[in-house]
Ligand binder design. Structure first.
Ligand SMILES: *[C@@H]1O[C@H](CO)[C@@H](O)[C@H](O)[C@H]1NC(C)=O
Ligand SMILES: *[C@@H]1O[C@H](CO)[C@@H](O)[C@H](O)[C@H]1NC(C)=O
Ligand SMILES: *[C@@H]1O[C@H](CO)[C@@H](O)[C@H](O)[C@H]1NC(C)=O
Ligand SMILES: *[C@@H]1O[C@H](CO)[C@@H](O)[C@H](O)[C@H]1NC(C)=O
Ligand SMILES: *[C@@H]1O[C@H](CO)[C@@H](O)[C@H](O)[C@H]1NC(C)=O
Ligand SMILES: *[C@@H]1O[C@H](CO)[C@@H](O)[C@H](O)[C@H]1NC(C)=O
Ligand SMILES: *[C@@H]1O[C@H](CO)[C@@H](O)[C@H](O)[C@H]1NC(C)=O
Ligand SMILES: *[C@@H]1O[C@H](CO)[C@@H](O)[C@H](O)[C@H]1NC(C)=O
Length: 411
């Protein structure tokens, strides 16, 4: 009776009863050794595959949960970056290898029922930067993915790279390493290369820009990035401002996850206002003063909730809003002046020649006077006469037709 009570008491305090194996495993775990033989087993541009041995027995692996916390620290940084708690004793990750990086891994064992967790010490390896002076690196490398599948990467020549340095770009997205072949110099004098087969919503793009020179080693630059993050959308098109001051524009694919930035410039005062429009291709301009001139244009990128793009698109076409109110006033004043002047001139002309009554009561004009040729030469045959009027090229063959204007000339 007593041992049973004891057992019950124990299991009350420790609601989970440890099996024999668990007990032994936990005992062994307290002597957990750090991973050994931490090695780089594969390298594709900046992507390295690292593996290690944990030294754990099969029994421990079968009866516990084993994880491998993995961290790294660039040579130019002070802090270790937590990365993953891996389940396999192998890991693949892309580093900016030109910075030099230390990686460390340890073994962490947890009994199945999570009563106890034991960790080993870290095992560290250093991955040295590629050979060459750091100042020969292609500097300020930046890539833009655009029009869904195209990519431009550009860079500046390293400050200590000799004049004969030829940089080359290699890239990879999932599959094999490709060499970029379409090199260019952009308008800012930056070197670059153009790639036409990037998938925007796929794996990271891995880039290496290395180079060669006759006089020195050129250090290789490595990076990777998610293509959608560096995507620059095509600019919105067909921006219009309707009469009720609604602004509308169009996108080829619309509009989930899009944010638009509308720039409204007051051309008279020379300042800008920006408005953000989400997932819609219209905006109602309310705050504009109709006595001043404005211009409106719009650009696009993805919303932050959808993983914000790094770049805005180019601007759309720009539309100008004229001074609608004062323009109408001007028009009104202008027309009034013209009207008054015309009436005035007419009156002066009429009275000046004392012919106002004659003009007012002039007889109904005689068509025979106006269409002399029709009656005199074609005997009133309208059809025939018309045939000779058009087309112009045939006019020569016909008799000249004189159409006299204004009855006062006859009078
Ligand atoms: C505990 O470790 C010892 C030696 O290190 C080994 O012989 C034994 O099998 C281990 N027991 C378990 C349950 O892993
Ligand atoms: C170290 O790891 C490498 C790669 O996995 C392997 O080829 C080698 O045999 C290992 N060495 C030892 C001593 O475990
Ligand atoms: C872990 O490292 C500390 C000091 O760095 C050392 O005293 C200890 O013995 C190590 N433990 C194991 C299990 O290697
Ligand atoms: C780096 O490149 C970007 C994009 O081309 C450019 O805007 C920036 O001015 C450059 N910075 C330096 C320091 O060259
Ligand atoms: C963008 O892609 C479309 C079709 O995918 C193509 O017709 C167009 O020429 C491309 N524009 C540029 C600037 O490459
Ligand atoms: C990319 O580079 C090509 C080739 O120089 C150029 O025609 C194109 O305008 C560039 N596109 C972008 C978005 O920078
Ligand atoms: C640049 O890197 C590529 C890919 O790793 C390699 O094939 C090429 O030999 C390297 N070029 C130089 C000059 O190091
Ligand atoms: C302006 O007019 C367009 C079409 O004529 C209409 O769709 C829109 O709702 C109007 N906007 C406002 C703010 O009245």
């Amino acid at each position: 009776m007593a041992p049973l009570a004891c057992c019950l008491a124990i299991s009350f305090v420790f609601p989970v009863v440890l099996s024999n194996t668990d007990m032994q495993v936990l005992k062994n775990i307290s002597e957990l050794k750090p991973p050994t033989n931490l090695t780089i087993v594969d390298r594709q541009l900046g992507e390295v595959t690292i593996s290690w041995n944990d030294g754990l027995s099969e029994i421990i692996k079968a009866s516990t949960r084993v994880k491998y916390p993995f961290e790294y620290k660039y040579f130019d940084s002070q802090t270790w970056q937590e990365d993953s708690r891996l389940l396999e004793s192998e890991y693949r990750k892309t580093f900016e290898l030109h910075r030099g990086v230390s990686v460390r891994v340890k073994t962490m064992v947890q009994a199945m029922r999570k009563i106890k967790k034991v960790e080993s010490n870290w095992t560290v390896i250093d991955i040295q930067p590629p050979p060459g002076d750091h100042e020969t690196l292609a500097s300020n490398v930046s890539c833009i993915v655009y029009n869904n599948s195209l990519m431009n990467c550009t860079w500046n020549q390293g400050s200590k790279a000799p004049h004969d340095t030829r940089y080359e770009m290699y890239y990879r997205q999932g599959g094999n390493i490709s060499q970029c072949t379409s090199y260019f110099l952009d308008e800012d004098g930056r070197q670059g290369c153009h790639v036409s087969q990037i998938e925007v919503n796929a794996e990271n793009v891995i880039i290496c820009v290395n180079g060669s020179s006759n006089s020195t080693l050129i250090q290789a630059y490595y990076t990777d990035f998610s293509p959608w993050e560096y995507e620059m959308f095509n600019a919105p098109i067909n921006l219009k401002v309707l009469l009720n001051l609604s602004v509308t524009w169009e996108m080829l694919h619309c509009c989930r996850c899009f944010q638009f930035q509308l720039q409204v410039t007051n051309l008279d005062q020379g300042h800008h206002e920006f408005f953000i429009v989400e997932e819609e291709t219209k905006y109602s301009l309310q705050s504009i003063n109709l006595t001043e001139r404005y211009s409106v244009k719009v650009r696009v990128k993805s919303k932050s909730t959808c993983g914000e793009n790094k770049y805005w698109s180019e601007w759309s076409n720009e539309v100008f809003i004229e001074r609608t109110l004062s323009l109408n006033m001007h028009w009104f004043v202008h027309m009034s002046v013209v009207l008054v002047t015309m009436v005035g001139l007419l009156l002066i002309f009429a009275f000046g020649r004392y012919r106002v009554l004659e003009v007012a009561f002039k007889p109904i004009p005689n068509p025979q006077k106006k269409f002399k040729a029709l009656f005199e030469e074609y005997n009133g045959d309208f059809q025939n006469w018309m045939n000779c009027q058009v087309p112009v090229s045939e006019l020569d063959e016909c008799h000249p037709v004189v159409i006299e204007e204004g009855p006062h000339i006859e009078a």
